[in-house]
Design a protein around this ligand. Structure first.
Ligand SMILES: [Zn+2]
Length: 136
């Protein structure tokens, strides 16, 4: 698959695909002409790359994640798993708070037990405390 076709299919500019190639993240084969030749596997990797970037994983870390022989791979994956789980816990807390506060009849947060509970939860946020990861 030519770079232009991949760019259209994934809606990614060709210069970005070239950058990802130069950075060693998704490196297509080369045709005798020197043009890039992307396989279905490359396109799948590009989709994974974009999904990872969408949840805040850097290009350097995506490269590690996509290459099984990288020594730091497991540590990088564990770090992102932990970060995503902390983030999810925060989102769950925020969802519970907002679902409550939309109907909360108290005029001050401090007069409502449930609202107060949320403010305490935020103070004890696992992101700040560096809490251990809960296994699921
Ligand atoms: Zn309330």
């Amino acid at each position: 698959m030519k770079i232009g076709e991949v760019a259209r299919e994934l809606d990614v500019p060709t210069h970005v695909l070239r950058h990802w190639d130069d950075a060693g993240v998704v490196v297509p084969e080369r045709l005798p002409s020197g043009h890039r030749d992307y396989s279905e596997e490359h396109v799948r990797r590009l989709r994974v790359l974009r999904a990872c970037q969408g949840v805040g994983i850097s290009l350097a870390d995506v490269r590690l994640i996509l290459h099984r022989d990288e020594q730091e791979r497991t540590a990088v994956i564990a770090e992102h798993l932990a970060r995503i789980r902390r983030h999810r816990a925060q989102l769950d807390n925020a969802e519970r708070f907002l679902a409550h506060v939309i109907d909360c009849t108290h005029d001050l947060l401090t007069r409502c037990a449930q609202c107060s509970e949320y403010s305490n939860t935020q103070l004890r946020s696992p992101l700040d405390a560096g809490a251990p990861i809960d296994s699921e």
